[in-house]
Design a protein around this ligand. Structure first.
Ligand code: ZN
Length: 195
């Protein structure tokens, strides 16, 4: 259990033509992951933190109406994002974050390895062009909704700092400069993660 210190912003790294739903994110993150050795032989299938010998041994479960044995995901116990802003700027709560400042274990998401126990993660649908290249293609409506969500979080957690995924990993995500965006929308300097 850790104190909530960071709100990390992400994109789904999908082109705007892909309609992102909470079910889709659950399929991507919680769907089973095939594990291979260095000779590319299947060594097991990771699902909800447990390793099964093969896909036939997986429990008979569905995610978003699809049988899990058909899904190729990351095998995580929990989705990596707390809040999704979808293509139509609609907000979805994927993981409940309590209003108090303490993160309980069930709230720990998987967005950024190493800092998850002190972070919450907000993702906006989009972030790449049709060829898969990083592009800030947030619509004005998505930007407006993101701003609203960020200021709501700021009100509940006055000590929080906003950061981009790319401030912790060599990735383009979220395809825009988060400290610059924060300054543009008037987030106080003390609430902007500097790096
Ligand atoms: Zn990310």
């Amino acid at each position: 259990m850790g104190k909530l210190k960071l709100c990390v912003l992400h994109c789904t790294a999908t082109p705007p033509s892909v309609q992102v739903t909470p079910e889709k994110i659950r399929q991507w993150h919680q769907g089973p992951l095939d594990l291979f050795d260095q000779n590319h032989n299947l060594t097991g299938v990771l699902y909800k933190g447990k390793t099964y010998p093969n896909r036939r041994e997986l429990p008979k479960e569905e995610i978003g109406g699809v049988s899990i044995d058909l899904l190729k995901g990351r095998g995580w116990r929990q989705v990596g994002y707390s809040i999704l802003i979808d293509n139509h700027a609609k907000r979805h709560e994927l993981v409940k974050v309590d209003d108090d400042q303490w993160i309980d274990s069930w709230e720990i998401t998987n967005g950024v390895a190493g800092i998850n126990s002190i972070s919450m993660h907000v993702v906006t649908a989009g972030g790449v062009d049709a060829d898969g290249h990083a592009e800030d293609n947030r619509t004005p409506e998505q930007v407006e909704k993101l701003k609203e969500v960020m200021f709501e979080i700021l009100e509940k957690h006055p000590q929080i700092q906003f950061a981009g995924h790319n401030q912790f990993s060599p990735k383009a995500c979220p395809s825009y400069n988060v400290p610059r965006f924060c300054r543009e929308i008037g987030v106080p300097e003390r609430n902007i993660h500097q790096k």
